[in-house]
Design a protein around this ligand. Structure first.
Ligand code: ATP
Ligand code: MG
Length: 577
């Protein structure tokens, strides 16, 4: 009926942004004949929706320009930026690949920065030999003190004028493992007074006696991002290296590395770096470090907790790849940072599921209704459409109707105001697809809690049989007690209860976790047809929202449903109050 498989991404709708303007100009002016991009995650955590923006951009460019430049070699690589063995792991690589595929994209080549460690080492020696790099033996504290700050120029390292021979010897011995961590580093010899702090003799290599998930014990020195990234791009022939704005100051160093190696290395391309605004979303956090804190501190159930903005969390929550791609296309690619409203993301999943999710009846907080004048042994099979009139789809199922039904506790009020159109003593309401019922008696337990309603039904008012029946304002959903499927339902809401997490100390944002972000309801009653729901199937529970059958915790006969999103943007309203 509905499946969680995604349609592969197709060429994005004629997107227009400043990156495409740059590429078009490069093509027009014949600086490039093809477009090669890459998505370069560090395998130290799971991807989040910010990464989805970058994925849609990089893979989307390849799809777009491949169509315009057939046979040109236009493509997009997935490259793991695995230069820090302490935090990285194969487990994360597997998760990242699954996420990219699920989003609907396929890479034209899977690479690792570590594929190029040998080349990078050779290039580092070349920089030493050409007087562009030196081994510095200051302590971390000394280097920091000598760096200066934006207003104060840095001081040259006392090791800056080591001879080429001495540098080469030390660097080779660093590789051989003769020194402990932090004893020496390799630095670019640039300018300690440069206004751009990144250019103040940046670190290119450091010692780390740590095994690497790809290269094992082969290396005990590892290149820094700023050295590894431009070289990886250049080796792979990347034409447009796209990253987020916080790397703006790194661009000068990126160019310095390329400029000082390109002749020697004979790179197949001279890549350029372009920066775009990173995605930030309100009511959540989009930083791997913070997400990791939530996971490791057990504030959530794991990287795929449906409260998290991780791709794995959004997938489990029930978001479709199509909705995430539509969201990314909608927010566009700009040069200035801004915060996107969560409501915009929620709009896209509603928009997608409106066309895809069959409508069914589910009672989350059941209240028993006995229809006294309905025969005990009778069951009627009522026709019910899976789709509303404005969705051009067909498909129906039979809803069993019997003497005892469950309705939503919230759909009954003992002392109801005039404009309450649901059920109340003496009042009449329509049961969706079925009859009008009237509440005759309210039964309570010792504590005064309403536990059952005794009602009667009007035989003349069956939907379909009597289309010109009496007008009753309220229609409520229900399920037949005898036929209901029991289920656990998890109502998810926004992760944070405030729009912007505190910017202060890192863990302060933990105080902003919305305690209502997860509400577990057991003993829910679903209509019979949901007994056949498979993990990953999505539905609209009429009047309640969109739900997905949880892929991890559902068991045959005991499904678990996650609320993907409510039907309306209830936030806009509650926020106003
Ligand atoms: P975070 O900053 O969230 O911890 P990261 O930047 O360290 O993530 P990487 O694995 O280095 O994560 O990111 C891979 C790519 O995704 C980079 O090119 C990065 O610029 C991009 N990216 C990361 N976060 C966002 C975001 N919020 N919006 C858009 N692109 C992003
Ligand atoms: Mg980062």
């Amino acid at each position: 009926m509905n499946s969680s498989d995604s349609e592969p991404a197709s060429t994005p709708p004629k997107a227009h942004d400043f990156i495409r303007d740059i590429i078009n100009k490069d093509l027009e002016e014949k600086r490039q004949t093809k477009v090669i991009t890459r998505f370069p995650p560090e395998p130290n955590g799971f991807l989040h929706i910010g990464h989805a923006k970058s994925i849609c951009l990089n893979f989307g460019l390849a799809l777009d320009y491949r169509e315009r430049l057939p046979g040109s070699g236009t493509r997009c690589h997935l490259r793991f930026d695995d230069t820090d063995p302490i935090k990285e792991d194969t487990l994360f690589e597997d998760g990242i690949q699954a996420d990219v595929r699920w989003l609907g994209f396929q890479w034209d080549g899977l690479y690792h920065a570590s594929d190029y460690f040998e080349k990078m080492y050779e290039y580092a020696e070349h920089l030493i030999m050409t007087g562009k790099a030196y081994v510095c033996s200051q302590t971390d504290a000394e280097s920091k003190a000598n760096r200066g700050d934006v207003k104060t120029p840095g001081k040259n390292s006392p090791y800056r004028d080591r001879s080429v021979e001495e540098n080469l010897d030390l660097f080779r011995r660093m590789r051989k493992g003769e020194f402990p961590d932090s004893a020496h580093v390799l630095r670019g010899k640039i300018d300690m007074a440069n206004a751009n702090m990144k250019m103040r003799d940046p670190m290119l290599y450091r010692i780390r006696h740590t095994a690497h998930h790809m290269t094992g014990d082969k290396w005990c020195i590892y290149p820094m991002y700023d050295f590894a990234h431009p070289i990886s791009d250049a080796i792979e022939g990347i034409t447009h290296s796209i990253c987020t704005l916080e790397f703006e100051n790194n661009r000068e160093l990126y160019d310095w590395v390329i400029d000082n190696l390109i002749e020697y290395a004979k790179f197949p391309s001279r890549p350029h770096q372009y920066e775009f605004a990173r995605l930030s979303l309100n009511y959540t956090v989009l930083s791997k470090r913070r997400l990791q804190e939530l996971v490791e501190g057990k504030h959530v159930s794991g990287w795929d907790d449906p409260r998290l903005p991780t791709i794995a969390g959004l997938r489990r929550r029930g978001y479709t790849p199509e909705s995430l791609r539509a969201f990314c296309a909608d927010i566009g690619v700009a040069k200035a940072n801004s915060t996107v409203d969560m409501a915009q993301l929620e709009f896209h999943i509603r928009d997608d599921l409106n066309q895809k999710a069959p409508r069914v009846l589910a009672v989350l907080k059941p209240l028993k209704v006995v229809i006294e004048n309905y025969p005990d042994d009778k069951v009627e099979e009522l026709d019910a459409s899976y789709w509303p009139h404005d969705v051009p789809k067909t498909g129906t199922r039979k809803l069993p109707f019997s003497r005892e039904v469950f309705i939503e506790q919230d759909d009954f009020m003992e002392e109801a105001p005039k404009d309450y159109y649901r059920l109340a003593p003496g009042k009449e309401v329509r049961l969706r697809y079925a009859y009008l019922i009237t509440c005759k008696e309210v039964i309570k337990d010792e504590s005064g809690k309403v536990v059952e309603l005794r009602c009667t039904y009007d035989t003349e008012t069956k939907v379909g049989d009597n289309p010109v029946g009496r007008k009753v304002k309220g229609t409520i959903h229900w399920v037949s007690a005898r036929h209901a499927i029991g289920a656990e339902v998890r109502l998810y809401d926004r992760l944070l209860s405030i729009e912007a997490p505190p910017t202060g100390k890192d863990s302060e944002f933990l105080n902003a976790i919305n305690p209502g972000a997860l509400q577990v309801i057991e003993g829910c009653k679903l209509e019979r047809s949901l007994g056949e729901a498979k993990p990953g199937d999505r539905f609209q529970f009429e009047r309640q929202g969109y739900f997905i059958c949880d892929e991890k915790d559902s068991k045959p006969g005991a499904p678990v449903f996650n609320r993907i999103v409510t039907l309306k943007d209830s936030y806009a309203r509650t926020q106003k109050k």
